[in-house]
Write a protein that binds this ligand. Structure first.
Ligand SMILES: Nc1ncnc2c1ncn2[C@@H]1O[C@H](COP(=O)(O)OP(=O)(O)O)[C@@H](O)[C@H]1O
Ligand SMILES: [Mg+2]
Length: 309
C-alpha cells in the first residue's frame, strides 16, 4: 500500500464522503448516486458527485446532462491542473458533477498514486458532500475508495445473482480493510487464510476474532475495533414486494453471523417505470417525476444515512 493512501485513510475532512458500490453492473448504483446527490442538494447542501465508473461512466445521464467536456482523464494527463476545473454544473442548484474518464482508463488501471491524488484533492472542492459512483467490480481501487469513504453504500437487487455479488463485494472489502490495518500484519497470514477459504460453515470470517484472540488478546482488541468501525449500508433497489424489502433485513443478519460484521439497512427503492422513462428522456428522475413515490423512498434513505453521519 502506498504511503499516500495510508495517510489518506486517516485524514480529517471538512466534508462527508459517501461511496456507492456493490457487486454488479445494472443494479442501480448510478441512479442511486444521482438521486441521493439531488436529495442532499435540495436540502441545501453543496454537493459534488463524481463518476468513478471509469470504464462505463453514465452518471451524467442520470443527472440530465451531456458528457461533461472535461473529465478525470484530462486531470491525469495534466491538461487541467486543478480538480476544480473539472466541475460541471447540473440543472440542480448546489449540485455539480465531475465526470470519469471517457477513454478506456478502467478504474482497475488507476495507479495508486492517482487514487491517492483524487482523495487528497477532494477537500479543494468546496462541498459539504462528495458522492462517488464506483461502478461494478471488486478491484483494489474500487475497494479502496469504498473503504476511504465516511459512508460505504451498497446497492443490490432482490435477486440471487445480485445478492451473491453483494456478499462477494462485502467479503472483498472486509478483507481489504483488514489488510490495511498495519498493526494486524502479524496475523496477516491467518486473516488471508480465513478470507480466501471457500464459503463454508467451517471457516466463517466471524471465527477470525476467536482465532486471533487465542494467540494475542491485544490484537483481538484492535481487530474488534476495526471491525466495529466498518459498517457498510445496504440499499435494496427495484423492490416490488414486502419479501423483496425483507431481504435487506436477512442480509444484515447473515452478514453478522457469517462475517461477524454489522451492516446497516439504509432502506429500499421501489421498482418504478418512471426510472427508465427519466433515463430515456435523459432527465433527472426526482426532478422529472416530483410526484413519484420514489421520492419518499429516497427521502427515507437519505435521512437514514444522514442520521449515521
Ligand atoms: N428502481 C428502479 N425502477 C426501475 N428501473 C430501475 C430502477 N433502478 C434502476 N433501474 C433501471 O436499471 C438501469 C441500470 O441502472 P444504473 O443506475 O445505470 O445501474 P448501475 O450504475 O449499477 O450499472 C437504469 O437505466 C434503469 O432503467
Ligand atoms: Mg453505473
Amino acid at each position: 500500500m502506498s504511503a499516500h493512501l495510508t495517510r489518506n485513510l486517516g485524514y480529517q475532512r471538512d466534508y462527508k464522503l459517501w461511496a456507492v458500490g456493490g457487486g454488479k453492473g445494472g443494479v442501480g448504483k448510478s441512479l442511486v448516486t444521482a438521486n441521493l446527490s439531488i436529495c442532499l442538494a435540495l436540502m441545501g447542501h453543496k454537493v459534488v458527485t463524481i463518476d468513478l465508473d471509469l470504464g462505463g461512466a453514465n452518471l451524467h445521464t442520470c443527472l440530465g446532462i451531456p458528457v461533461p467536456e472535461k473529465t478525470l482523464s484530462d486531470y491525469f494527463s495534466k491538461k487541467v491542473h486543478s480538480i476544480k476545473e473539472l466541475l460541471t454544473p447540473t440543472p440542480i442548484e448546489n449540485l455539480s458533477i465531475i465526470s470519469g474518464a471517457q477513454d478506456n482508463i478502467g478504474i482497475a488501471n488507476l495507479k495508486s498514486i492517482q487514487k491517492a491524488k483524487i482523495l487528497s484533492k477532494l477537500g479543494e472542492l468546496d462541498a459539504d458532500y462528495v458522492l462517488l459512483d464506483l461502478g461494478a467490480g471488486t478491484t483494489f481501487n474500487t475497494l479502496d475508495f469504498f473503504i476511504s469513504a465516511d459512508q460505504g453504500i451498497l446497492v443490490t437487487l432482490p435477486e440471487p445473482t445480485a445478492i451473491e455479488n453483494t456478499y462477494r463485494f462485502i467479503k472483498s472489502v472486509f478483507h481489504r480493510k483488514l489488510q490495511k490495518v498495519e498493526e494486524l500484519l502479524e496475523v496477516g497470514p491467518a486473516i488471508n487464510q480465513i478470507m480466501n477459504a471457500k464459503i463454508s460453515q467451517n471457516s466463517r470470517p466471524a471465527d477470525l476474532l476467536e482465532k486471533v484472540a487465542a494467540s494475542n488478546p491485544e490484537l483481538r482488541h484492535k481487530l474488534e475495533h476495526e471491525i466495529n468501525k466498518f459498517v457498510p449500508n445496504l440499499i435494496i433497489n427495484q423492490a416490488r414486494t414486502q419479501t423483496d424489502i425483507d431481504i435487506g433485513h436477512s442480509m444484515k443478519i447473515i452478514c453478522k453471523k457469517y462475517f461477524g460484521i454489522n451492516i446497516g439497512y439504509a432502506g429500499h427503492i421501489e421498482y418504478d417505470a418512471s426510472v427508465w422513462q427519466s433515463v430515456k428522456k435523459r432527465k433527472p428522475l426526482l426532478m422529472e417525476f416530483p410526484h413519484s413515490h420514489l421520492i419518499n423512498n429516497f427521502d427515507k434513505v437519505v435521512h437514514t444515512l444522514l442520521d449515521l453521519d
